[in-house]
Design a protein around this ligand. Structure first.
Ligand code: UDP
Ligand code: MG
Length: 312
């Protein structure tokens, strides 16, 4: 058998309404590319009929379809990790199942790769998500830009292409909580970006609640930077210096003007402000330590129930 040129990885979580529309666009788009390909679906413990629909699709196109079934919900990034471990293509493209990014744009990514790049990121043209996600995402993008060395215009867009070398490097990582586009970027030698289309989610709703988005962004920040911890060390240093000056000032004032008792609420305000910073710092430490704890337990990152693939 000749080697597979392209693997498309699609994580699926409760997408029963949209899967048929996805098949109807994804397969023709890939057929048109004229390369040998495979599509790897990962069912991330869906509680609807998604697994059954994927099974049917596997029976329809067993030559180019592989399905990994998780026995629980391990998250989009773990699903993609599993896809990476089970794919065989020389180039790997990740795509969401909800058709927010057009599968027809995969050709664009591959064309850019032909120019010699090993990692193709993407930028969503006219992003169609709720306004608060746009605002939050821009803020996180800016923060990431400052505290990590990762340069991405649009970190949230998952339609991306990777070379086999990068995927092999990712497969050798045993990270539990991670952010795939950032992890891949750290291994890329010549990253590039293209603009891709973006549509509103046609059916179903976003699988990310505010809570899981916050968790995901903590994964990104803690997984790729310790600057948040350093900020606390620096804040600590500055506050200690300022209070040292303050003590000296009070001492001198005590000798010249005499004792003072006003300003009680100013004192409260300053104290509460510092307590707030301290609590945030402890919480932030907890985020790192919790992840270290999860990592040192060495539990399996995900559990595969079954893999549907044609035996060679
Ligand atoms: N997804 C997943 N596991 C999860 C959450 C999401 O596999 O726990 C998949 C989902 O089926 C979709 C992709 O990840 O294919 C992106 O999810 P979604 O479109 O809900 O995210 P958004 O576009 O709102 O960021
Ligand atoms: Mg989506």
């Amino acid at each position: 058998m000749n080697p597979i040129e392209l693997s498309v990885i699609v994580p699926v979580y409760n997408e029963e309404q949209g899967l048929h529309a996805l098949f109807d666009r994804l397969y023709p788009a890939l057929d048109k590319l004229g390369v040998s390909y495979e599509v790897v679906f990962i069912n991330d413990g869906s509680r609807d009929r998604s697994a059954a629909i994927l099974r049917e699709q596997f029976q329809k196109r067993p030559d180019v379809t592989r399905v990994v079934l998780f026995n629980g919900n391990f998250g989009q990034h773990m699903a993609i990790m599993a896809g990476f471990e089970h794919c065989r293509g020389q180039r790997i493209v990740t795509l969401d199942a909800d058709l927010q990014n057009p599968p027809e744009d995969i050709g664009k990514l591959l064309a850019k790769m032909d120019e010699g790049h090993d990692y193709i990121g993407s930028i969503r043209r006219m992003r169609q998500d709720s306004w608060w996600r746009g605002v939050a995402s821009r803020a996180m993008n800016r923060l990431r830009e400052r505290i990590t060395r990762i340069k991405m215009t649009d970190q949230g867009c998952m339609l991306r292409a990777y070379s086999r070398d990068i995927i092999d490097a990712i497969n050798s990582c045993q990270e539990g909580n991670t952010f795939i586009p950032a992890l891949a970027y750290t291994f890329a030698q010549s990253p590039a970006e293209v603009v891709v289309g973006h549509e509103e989610r046609a059916v179903g709703e976003s699988k990310y609640s505010l809570y899981s988005l916050i968790r995901l962004n903590f994964d990104l920040m803690t997984g790729f930077s310790v600057v948040p911890l350093q900020i606390f060390s620096f804040t600590g240093i500055i506050v200690s210096l300022l209070s040292a000056f303050f003590v000296v000032f009070l001492l001198i004032r005590r000798m010249i003007v005499g004792p003072e008792a006003e300003g009680l609420f100013t004192l409260f305000a300053i104290a509460f402000f510092l307590i707030g910073i301290t609590l945030f710092g402890i919480g932030l430490l907890g985020e790192y330590i919790g992840r270290i704890y999860q990592q040192v337990r060495h539990r399996p990152r995900y559990l595969v129930q079954a893999i549907l693939e044609k035996s060679e």
